[in-house]
Design a protein around this ligand. Structure first.
Ligand code: PAD
Ligand code: ZN
Ligand code: ZN
Length: 358
């Protein structure tokens, strides 16, 4: 089958091959025919080493498709079911899942995912254990969430990462409250989803910040009430918040400079939510005084604080009722052969989401 592989960390291009196979479906596993995969910035970050991903690996982690085959003991899906792939699925039994009620942080399933692809005898890994830049993948049962067959699978694929992450960061992690002011750094797939999450949560003002001016109008179509480039933020802060700062700032880029800016634009006592993924060897500085003095809540958001078993359906209900716009988030539909062009377009900040159609 066809798949896009990262051969070495730092490679500029993925290798699109047509001789990749899957190992046989084992007990508790589900083989999925991937119909659509979104292209998330984290895939690019796996290529350049921002996100550690041992090569060789089939990239892609934002996918949906149709169950092809189930292993012994699988009960939640049957062949023909439509599913969204979850890259951090809950085991449902551990401390994270049960005691802490943070199933997004469960490692038990994630630890055993991956290693499903082969090129000849060579084992090929997969991004976050999922590898959705391939015609088929094989994952443990908790990593598939069954959805209704009438949901377009291209839309469903986006929920697998970017939409769940951004909307979940606003709704679950930051817990944006009605009538509040929100600033979102980055208007890519994750940032646009955070803007939509803030709108759904009832924010009064939502400021989108992006250095790419094409994104500024686009962000307004998804619910931003204002938009600006980074150097124009201070004047909007003054006019919207009287200089106090925003109730919530969500960073959806992954750079130290914008993480620091998000903290600075948060009002005293407000919430700074870091969604973007930066490098392990990059740092954000805070003075030892300001953390106490400002009493800001500084919180990371991993997969939008989601419980995929319920939140995917929550987002799909919002989509069906017209409150979450997913159709217009798809800037471009591509074939797997165009994946490297898609990465370049994302690097240039030209797109909200590109979806690979298999
Ligand atoms: P994207 O590339 O689609 O969007 C990023 C946006 O940021 C683009 O519109 C850029 O123009 C803009 N931008 C870049 N640099 C700057 C800057 N210095 N100032 C202003 N704007 C800038 O990415 P995405 O939306 O797919 O992903 C965004 C981040 O979220 C990225 O770091 C990704 O790895 C991360 C992510 N986190 C999780 C999680 O679980 N926390 C999940 C998925 C993605
Ligand atoms: Zn992602
Ligand atoms: Zn668990």
């Amino acid at each position: 089958m066809r798949a896009a592989i990262l051969r070495n960390t730092g490679d500029h291009d993925l290798e699109v091959r047509d001789d990749i196979t899957l190992r046989p479906t084992g007990p508790g596993e589900v083989k999925v025919r991937i119909t659509h995969s979104g292209v998330c910035h984290s895939d690019l970050s796996a290529m350049n080493g921002t996100i550690p991903q041992p090569p060789p690996a089939v990239l892609g982690h934002e996918g949906a498709g149709i169950v092809e085959e189930i292993g012994a003991g699988v009960t939640s899906v049957v062949p023909g079911d439509h599913v969204i792939i979850a890259w951090s699925p809950p085991c449902g039994k551990c401390k994270s899942c049960v005691d802490h009620k943070q199933p997004n942080l469960c490692f038990n399933i994630m630890m055993v995912m991956g290693g499903q692809f082969r090129q000849g005898d060579e084992i090929i890994g997969s991004m976050a254990g999922t590898g959705t830049f391939a015609e088929y993948t094989l994952v443990p049962e908790p990593a598939v969430v069954k959805i209704d067959n009438d949901i377009p699978l291209e839309v469903a694929s986006l929920i697998g990462c970017g939409v769940m992450t951004g909307a979940g960061a606003a709704i679950n992690t930051a817990k944006v409250s009605p009538g509040s002011s929100v600033i979102v750094y980055g208007a890519g797939g994750v940032g646009i989803s955070a803007i939509q999450g803030a709108r759904i949560a009832g924010a009064a003002e939502i400021v989108a910040v992006d250095m790419n001016i094409n994104k500024l109008e686009e962000a307004k179509a998804f619910g931003a009430t204002h938009s600006c480039t980074p150097d124009e933020v201070d004047s909007l802060k003054n006019s919207i918040t009287g200089g106090m700062g925003f109730d919530y700032a969500l960073e959806c880029i992954g750079k130290p400079v914008t993480m620091r800016a998000a903290y600075d634009q948060t009002r005293r006592g407000g919430t700074t939510c870091i969604v973007g993924v930066g490098r392990m060897d990059e740092f954000v500085q805070f003075s030892a005084f300001e953390l106490f003095f400002n009493e800001k809540i500084l919180v990371g958001s991993y997969y939008g604080g989601t419980d995929v078993r319920s939140d995917f359906h929550m987002l799909l209900r919002l989509y069906r009722s017209g409150k979450l716009d997913l159709d217009r988030m798809i800037t471009r539909r591509i074939k797997i052969d165009e994946i490297n062009d898609a990465m370049r377009a994302m690097e240039r900040g030209e797109v909200v989401r590109q979806v690979i159609e298999f």
